[in-house]
Ligand binder design. Structure first.
Ligand SMILES: O=P(O)(O)OC[C@H]1O[C@H](OP(=O)(O)OP(=O)(O)O)[C@H](O)[C@@H]1O
Ligand SMILES: O=c1cc[nH]c(=O)[nH]1
Length: 174
């Protein structure tokens, strides 16, 4: 087990204010399934955005992943739900963790299957470095460095509260 402690609720409050600053008048939130979708759902409500509680979009990376042959048709294949026209919109993508950038590459492909946004920006809870593609977040509530062996995972409790855990997937008892 690692000593890293991240207060996901405090980081969420930072993210909320960062996203408030990024949103343009014709802006819309799209959360990356699954952790980013939880965040977008709460941001939609907390920022009082048009369309009500379900006015945000959700997007899945599954169908465009470059590791599709390894991951296959995992859960989330049909998670994409965009309840507004993409054409001409200023989209703010929301995700919990930004690492290699490969999920984001797939998600942008999926987004463009639905139309041509005016712009796409990214806001994340945590940027953990380790990029393998030229992707960057316009806002990150935290920027940290984690060993490649460790995974940072966001959880959402029944009452909606967020927490982070850091695990060593190949050494689960560390
Ligand atoms: O930058 P990357 O290296 O692509 O990693 C970041 C992605 O990994 C996680 O998603 P994951 O596909 O594990 O699904 P989850 O959100 O359901 O945990 C996380 O939520 C990001 O979307
Ligand atoms: O640490 C990581 C890396 C990729 N995806 C995550 O959710 N966490």
């Amino acid at each position: 087990m690692t000593m890293l402690q991240l207060d996901a609720e405090a980081l969420y409050a930072e993210l909320r204010e960062g996203v408030r600053g990024l949103l343009k008048p014709e802006g819309a939130l799209v959360g990356v399934w699954s952790g980013g979708a939880w965040l977008a759902e709460r941001l939609q409500k907390d920022l009082g955005l048009p369309g009500g509680d379900k006015g945000h979009g959700v997007i899945s990376s599954t169908l465009h992943r470059d590791d599709f042959s390894e991951r296959g048709l995992a859960a989330g294949t049909d998670a994409t739900r965009l309840p507004f026209a993409i054409d001409g919109r200023h989209i703010v993508l929301i995700d919990d963790v930004l690492y290699t950038g490969r999920t984001l590459r797939a998600v942008i492909n999926e987004l463009f299957d639905f139309g041509r946004p005016a712009s796409v920006t990214l806001a994340v809870l945590v940027d953990r470095g380790g990029r393998e593609l030229p992707m960057a977040a316009a806002f990150a509530a935290a920027r940290i460095v984690l060993p490649a062996t460790q995974r940072l995972s966001l959880a959402r409790a029944d009452d909606g509260h967020f927490s982070f855990t850091v695990t060593n997937p190949h050494h689960p008892h560390d």
